[in-house]
Design a protein. Structure first.
Length: 244
């Protein structure tokens, strides 16, 4: 099966890192098709960046659907445009936040999310509640680093993440950590060894969930809100004729 992994931002090096995490998680027989969205923000750090990234992401999903993708993974922890992507896709579409939260609720009783900037905290808090995990997520924490700093200054990022994870375990009483940015994916195993608790990377969680759904034959429902967007090209002409 072909799993399409779309990085909604335009940073190619981040797509390469996401692709490595997806490749490490995939099952034998699965093919990872990693793609960088075109002409989008270099990183997604807020609602404006999300809105600017969605059109190109949807266009990429439409294009890959035509080439026979089995499922899609949106590799940004804000899950930008997730509902819209499910409208344009026939195969399952998995956001890495939703996947990570579902895995964390399965393997632990309480978890914390560690993200990049403080401005991302309320966005993720709302997503956690939306996904039904409000009582299980003890806190969303931020290491106060821009997304691109994870790559520019990896040693500092590692230590900030480790310190925040240890603080979450000690202060919040959690027994799992969720990494709140796709750019953190390669630190997952190391953090788990250092902290002694499960550390959930959304990219790996989303790839495994996408594989499971696709292999079981599940498709995105087109009977309700996720129905394929209606072609409106003839609407204006019909309306004009009706008023003549």
């Amino acid at each position: 099966m072909r799993i399409h992994v779309i990085n909604p931002n335009s940073t190619v090096s981040m797509t390469a890192q996401i692709a490595r995490a997806a490749e490490a998680a995939r099952s034998e027989g699965s093919v990872i098709d990693a793609q960088t969205a075109a002409d989008t923000p270099a990183s997604i750090e807020g609602y404006c960046d999300e809105a600017m990234a969605v059109p190109a992401m949807l266009a990429a999903i439409r294009s890959v659907e035509e080439r026979g993708a089995s499922a899609h993974v949106i590799a940004c922890f804000d899950d930008p445009g997730l509902a819209a992507a499910r409208e344009v896709a026939c195969g399952p579409v998995i956001g890495i936040c939703q996947a990570a939260v579902q895995v964390a609720m399965t393997v632990a009783t309480r978890f914390a999310v560690i993200t990049t900037l403080p401005r991302s905290v309320p966005v993720i808090e709302d997503l956690v509640v939306h996904y039904g995990a409000g009582s299980r997520c003890r806190r969303v924490r931020a290491v106060d680093l821009p997304v691109l700093a994870l790559e520019a200054d990896p040693q500092s990022a590692r230590m900030k993440l480790l310190n925040e994870a240890r603080a979450a375990i000690r202060e919040d009483g959690v027994d799992a950590i969720v990494l709140g940015c796709a750019g953190m994916a390669e630190l997952c195993a190391w953090l788990s060894r250092e902290t002694g608790v499960p550390v959930v990377d959304g990219v790996a969680a989303a790839v495994k969930l996408a594989e499971a759904l696709a292999s079981a034959g599940f498709r995105t429902s087109k009977a309700g809100a996720y129905a394929t967007p209606r072609d409106k090209s003839g609407d204006l002409e019909t309306a004009c004729r009706s008023h003549r």
